[in-house]
Write a protein that binds this ligand. Sequence first.
Ligand code: SF4
Length: 869
Amino acid sequence: MNPPIRTTCAYCGVGCGISAIPTGSRSVEIKGDPAHAANLGKLCSKGTHLGETVGLEGRLLHPMIGKRRASWDKALDLVAKRFRDTVARHGPDSVAFYVSGQILTEDYYVANKLMKGFIGSSNIDTNSRLCMSSAVAGHVRAFGEDVVPATYDDLDAADLIVLVGSNTAWCHPIVYQRIQAAREKRGTKLVVIDPRRTETCEDADLHFAIRPGSDVALMNGLLAFCRDENLLDKDFLAASVSTPDEFWDMVGEGSDLWSVARTCDVPPADLRRFYDLFAANPRTVTMFSQGINQSLTGTDQVNAIINVHLATGRIGKPGAAPFSITGQPNAMGGREVGGLASTLAAHMDFAPENVARVGRFWGTLTVASKPGLKAVDLFRAVRDGRIKALWIMATNPAVSMPDANMVRDALADCPFVVVSDMIADTDTTRFAHVRLPAAGWGEKDGTVTNSERRISRQRAFLPLPGEARPDWWALKEVAARMGWRTAFAYNNAADIFREHARLSAYQNGGARLFDLGAQAAIGNDDYEAMEPFLWGGTPFADGRFPTPDGKARLVTVRQASLASPLTDWPLTLNTGRYRDQWHTMTRTGLSPRLARHREQPLVEVHPYDCETFDLNDGDIARVATAQGESLFRVLKSEGQRPGEIFTPIHWTDQQSSGGRTGLLPRPLTDPYSGQPGFKSTPARIKKVAIEWRGFLIVRGEAPAWPPSLWATKITVPGGALYELVGEGDATLLESCLPNGLRVEAVDKAKGSHRIAILNEGRLSAVLFVTREGELPSRDWLIAQLSEPQASAMLLAGRAPGAQPDRGAVICVCFDIGLKTIVAAIADQRLTDVAAIGKSLGAGTNCGSCRPALARILAEFLEEKVHAAE
Ligand code: SF4
C-alpha cells in the first residue's frame, strides 16, 4: 500500500488536514489527519468524499486558443504579447487579474508580484472579495492590521459562543462539531443570531432571527447594556484602546432594549436573555461569517462586533475574541500576500514607504502606488472597456459575481480573456480566448492558511494529468516572456514560499504581526516536511496593537436605516451555501453521494408567503429581481422570516437550465470593503405554470439539455439524473434518448409515458413523464445503470416487493433517507441522535448530518405531541 500523504482539504476555511492514500492512477482513499490541529482527524461530508472528485471527467488537459489545442509555448507567448501590447498602448491599469481563494499562497504571491510589482497596476482582485473583505476592512480599522485574533482553541476555552450570520453546521461543519463537543464537555453556551433558522440553530441555547442588516443596532445595544451594567474593562480601555470623542454618545442613541428589539424585530425577552448570557460569560467568542460580511454595511457590522469585544476586554485572552471565519481554503493566504486590490503585499498598504520598501525587495521601480479596482468595479471596468485584457484563475465569475449577467456581457465584449482552470467547460471558460490547464487539488504543491492563521502544506499525491501545470508556473512563464525572467526565476513552490516569508520579515521590525521570518531560510526538504503552524501566536495578549500608538480603535458605527419592502419587489432575497456543495459545483458536482443531499436548487419560502403568492412545496417558481430572473423549486420553510426568501449559490448553466442565483443580487457594495451585499436584494416570486413533470436517467450524459421549461442535472453512479418540468409537447424529450432497444408504456388517462432504452440487455436510459400521475422514486432505476442485465420491471419503476422510497438523502455517508429515519424513530421509539446512529448508522461517520437528525427528531416529537393534544 502507498504511504499516506498529508495534505489539506480543498474546500472551506476550516482548513482540515487530510491523509490521502493513493490507491490507483486516479483514485485515492481520504481520511482525516489526526495530527492536524484544525480537525484532529475529523472530516465533514465534503472532505470525506473528496476521493470521488479526483477523476479526469471534464478536465482541461491542454492549452487551448479559441477552440483549438495549442502548445504551452504558443499559448504563453500569446498571453504575454497581448498583456504587454495592451499595457504599452493603454497603460498598466488597462489589464487585470481576477484570482481566487482556491489557489495556493505561492500562486497568489506570484500573481500579486507580477501585477503590482512589474505590470505596475493594482488591478488584481480575488473572489475572496465576495467572501470576507469586510472582515479585512474591519480588522484594519480596529487593529491597524488584518489579524484574526482567535484560534479554534478559543472555541474549546469559551464559556459562550455567539454565531452571527453563520450557518456553521453547513458551511464550516468541523468547527460546528468542535463547538458541539465543547458544549458536551464544558456546557459552553451557544447563541445563534441569524435571520434564518438553519440547522446550526438546532443545538443552540438561544436563536433569534434578526431583521437582516440590523446587526449594528444589536451590537451597539449590547455595548450600551455592558456600559450600563459596569461590564466595560476600564483598565484595558485606558491602556490599549483609542476611543473617538463621540463614541459613547453614539452608543447611547436608540440603544435601550425596546428600541433595539424593535429595530432588530426580535422579542425583547430574547434580546435580554442574550445580554444576560453575555454578561455572565466573560470568555466569549463571537464568530461571524458571510451574514455579516456580505452586506452593504458589512464593515460597520464587523466593527460593531469588535467594538463590544474591545470595550469589554474580551480579546487577547483564551476563549475571548471576535472571530471571522473565512469561506474558502486559502482566502487567508491571499490576504497575506496582498492578493486583494486594496492591499499591497505582506499586510502592507500603499503608504509611500511601503511602496518603496516592496520595490526595493522585488528590485523594481514600477510598484503600483495606489489600490486597484475591487471585484465589482473591476468587472464594470471590463464592461466599460477600460480593462482590455483579463486573466481569471480558478474561479467562475460568470456565475458567482452579483449581477452575473452583466459580468457575462463584460466578458463577451472584453478583447482578451485568459482563464486558468482545471475544468474545460465552465460558464466562464466559454468566454475565454485562451484556456490554460491548471493543476487541481491533489496535484499541486504549496501552502494554504486557514481561518485561524494556521499555515499548512497542500501536497501533490497525483501526477499532473495531460499538460496541466501549477498556476505559479504559468504566471512566471508569462512574466519571463514580458521581460522579467530574473525576477520570476522560481524552480519550485519552496522558492516562492521562501521569498514570500522573506518579504513578510523585510524591514518589518515588529510593525506588522504577519512575519514569517522564521521560515525565510527553510530548505526544500524542510518545506516538504513542514508541519502546520500558526503565525501570530495569541495576538494582542500584551494589549499592544499594530497601530502607530499601539492602541486598538473603537470605531463609531451607526445603524443604517433599513429599507421597507417595495411595492414591485415585496420580498428580500438572501443567498448562501448548501451543506454538501461547494461554490459552482465543478468538483462537488462530480460526487454522486454529495449530489443526493440537495438535488435541485430550491427557493425557501415562509408558509405565510407561500399563501400570499399561491405557492406549494414542489412548485416551480420564478424569482425575479431588477437584475434578472431564475427558476427554483419551492420549499416551504418555517426557517425563513416572512418576507424573506433564500436560494443557493451553486447551480450553473452546466447543472441547470435556469437555476442560477448569481444573476439576481445587485452589484452594490460596502463602501469600505467593496464587498457585495448578497444577502438583501429586493425580489418578487411567481409560480410557474407547468403541464408535465418527468425525469431522465441516462448512462453517461445526455447529448444536449432536454427540451423543457426547466431542467437540473446531478451525477449518479454510472450516469446522470435530469429532473424536468415543461409545457407543451413532452415527446420532444425523446430526442435526448440514445439509440437502442426501446420499451415503453403509455397511460393516456394520466398523460404518462415511460420509456426505457436497452443495449445488449443493459439499461442505457429511462424517461418517465407524466401530466397528472405520480413519478416513482429514482433510486431503484438509478441502481439499474450498474446492473449487468436490466430488470423486466423497469417501466414499473421499482422491483416487486421493493423497499418503499427512502426519501431525500440525509446521511450521504451511509445513503440513508428521510423516510427511513422517520420510520426508525417511530418504530423503535428513538429519542436522541445517538440512538438513530446506533440503529441506522446515520451520523456516525463524518457527522455532518447530525444537526439534520436532531431537527428531524424534534419535528417528529413535536408532531406527536400535537397529535396527542
Ligand atoms: S470542514 Fe469539511 S469542507 Fe471544511 S475543510 Fe474541513 S473537511 Fe473540508
